[in-house]
Design a protein around this ligand. Structure first.
Ligand code: PPS
Length: 316
């Protein structure tokens, strides 16, 4: 058992439970841990980064996009980054993939060793890492280090809950939390878990739903994650958004973000942001971007049968 700076203990999943996870998720080759209190399920590699993630120094100028997986993270990352860095849609940086502009600070733990080695060899990832972290060792957390070394103003993505991040996070930094109807989340996470080789889920929809309701999916439990944020919803540095509202009242939600982030964008600029971050435009940009790492990361048979990352973008 490992004791973490957050006050949690991390215990390796074992026996029948681990065998079942490894049978259904072929990507979980390095095991999983369960944290208490809370029962958080995370890859074993989390323990390597846990204390550094907990002590991560957030800045006043940061905006953190915090979500449970598949709640609209990428959409919100693009909205926040565009509002702050590209409101007139003339910033050439916008062509850089989202993960290079808005680092996913806890991603490293999800990457199996062989994939990290491939990432270290990838020309674009390697050069963007070396540019930001000239003295950094990519094997020691490429994304975590990139998040640390990003130039201001940083927009940072995390799927970690409040209880695993710095307790003073909201005292210094603005957080945008996005929640989504769990029925849509489960379907989207199922697709994601079949698509991405780091999960490589081989089971059925029913089995996946069972994992969700039993709080056994990576980053689970879902409800505790949402509850920790919901309890803080009146904090002036927390902005709580529902995916469904962002979809049905997009301009209203962009106005609220404009006030929250004090970006002072005009109605015309917000209209541009709305169009640029619409599902159809984001999907079209993904379709055009040829990422040589896709084969290493994604099961191409799932891309063909069920689609890529931008699946449907709908609410039930
Ligand atoms: S991740 O991997 O956890 O970061 O995934 P996340 O970005 O949170 O969620 C992916 C789902 O969000 C949909 N999506 C969008 N919906 C509406 N508008 C825009 N612009 C948009 N961009 C992404 C994406 O399609 C996934 O949902 P599903 O239901 O699977 O289509």
């Amino acid at each position: 058992m490992t004791h973490l700076a957050s006050g949690h203990t991390a215990e390796a999943m074992q026996g029948e439970e681990l065998e079942r996870q490894e049978r259904d998720f072929k990507g979980y080759t390095n095991g999983l841990v369960r944290l208490n209190p809370g029962g958080w399920v995370l890859p074993s590699a989390y323990t390597k980064f846990a204390d550094r993630l907990y002590r991560f120094e957030f800045r006043e100028s940061d905006v953190v996009v915090m979500t449970w997986p598949k709640c609209g993270t990428t959409w919100m990352q693009e909205i926040v980054w565009t509002m702050r860095n590209n409101p007139d849609l003339d910033n050439p940086q916008a062509m850089v993939p989202t993960h290079n502009r808005v680092p996913f600070m806890d991603f490293d733990m999800l990457v199996p060793g062989y994939m990290l080695e491939l990432m270290c060899q990838d020309k674009d990832l390697k050069s963007s890492f070396k540019e930001r972290c000239p003295d950094g060792d990519p094997m020691d957390g490429m994304f975590y280090q990139k998040a640390m070394e990003m130039a201001d103003p940083r927009t940072i993505k995390t799927h970690l809950p409040f209880s695993l991040l710095h307790p003073q996070l909201l005292d210094t930094t603005k957080v945008v939390y996005v929640a989504r109807n769990p029925k849509d989340v489960v379907v989207s996470y199922l697709h994601h878990s079949r698509l991405l080789k780091c999960h490589d889920f081989k089971g059925s929809l029913d089995q996946f739903v069972q994992y969700f309701v039993d709080d056994e999916l990576v980053y689970g439990p879902y409800w505790l994650h949402v509850k920790e944020a919901w309890e803080k919803r009146d904090h002036p540095n927390l902005h709580f958004v529902f995916y469904e509202d962002l979809k049905s009242k997009n301009m209203d939600e962009l106005q609220k973000l404009n006030q929250f982030m004090k970006t002072n964008l005009t109605e015309e600029q917000l209209q541009k942001v709305a169009k640029h971050t619409s599902f159809s435009e984001m999907k079209a940009r993904e379709d055009k971007a040829i990422d040589p790492m896709d084969d290493a990361f994604m099961n191409q048979d799932i891309v063909i049968s069920d689609g890529g990352f931008f699946r449907k973008g709908l609410s039930i």
